[in-house]
Design a protein around this ligand. Structure first.
Ligand code: ADP
Ligand code: MG
Length: 230
């Protein structure tokens, strides 16, 4: 495949570069080939990016079933078992602190679940390898003044490096090694929260002792069509 060709060619270039007997013409030829491969990689990358963008755009318009969302149930019944597996492997804890009077949200529960799973997965990544006391993630939900639902995902991880703070919501921005991070999690999460729930998602604190992501979700009445269908 393409990547193997690129790798072989780089090895060949190294060999020629290190070979004192190689002529200028040989070096020139190898460099020419290398430039061709780089152009190819650029081309594949552009195609991959536009493909991923089109998937994102499509999933935005697909719009799942909107219905009342029971937040405690979404967190404790649907998400916890999914995420505890990874967290337990690491010895960590996931705690929910949910206000007793939480109103129902309205929308596609699986999309909100996707956002929460992304935030919690990031939090797990951020405390990986730290002492057990720091492998602890808290999800808080409250409804201040009954007008909106406020959700915090807090971790005691290593925090976001200041230089990255501005860019974490950018598409494809990641500080994780290839194969681990895609840099799409937060960008998709913000799209969903603003586009589908009319809310906001931001990093409200981050330092060497941990990070807080905060979501504000306005309480909305169901769409008239959905109400009559229910
Ligand atoms: N809870 C967190 N603690 C520290 N850094 C974080 C946290 N959440 C996100 N980040 C930073 O934001 C970047 C982008 O996150 P995301 O969009 O989910 O992509 P990915 O997880 O694939 O890297 C991460 O690579 C990481 O540097
Ligand atoms: Mg992520």
């Amino acid at each position: 495949n393409g990547l193997k060709i690129a790798r072989d060619l780089v090895a060949e270039c190294e060999a020629v570069a290190l070979d004192d007997t190689a002529s200028a013409a040989e070096r020139q030829a190898v460099l020419g080939e290398l430039a061709g491969v780089v152009a190819n990689v650029e081309d594949w990358t552009r195609k991959a990016i536009s493909y991923i963008r089109s998937i994102k755009a499509h999933s935005r318009t697909a719009g799942g079933a909107a219905a009342p969302i029971d937040l405690p149930r979404l967190l404790e019944r649907d998400l916890q078992p999914l995420l505890m597996h990874r967290l337990r492997l690491a010895g960590g804890q996931l705690e929910f602190r949910l206000a007793a009077d939480l109103p129902d949200l309205y929308g596609d529960a699986s999309r909100l679940g996707q956002v929460l799973a992304n935030l919690i997965t990031n939090a797990i990544d951020a405390c990986e390898g730290l002492p057990l006391a720091r492998q602890r993630i808290v999800v808080e939900a409250s409804a201040p003044e009954g007008r909106e639902v406020l959700l915090n995902v807090r971790d005691l991880g290593t925090g976001i490096i200041p230089a990255a703070r501005e860019r974490i919501f950018d598409e494809f921005f990641t500080t994780k090694p290839p194969g681990k991070g895609t840099g799409l999690g937060l960008s998709i999460a913000r799209d969903i929260i603003t586009g589908e729930f009319g809310g906001t998602l931001a990093c409200t604190a981050s330092g060497p002792e941990g990070t807080i992501f905060t979501m504000r979700l306005p309480l909305r009445a169901p769409e008239p069509a959905a109400r009559s269908a229910a």
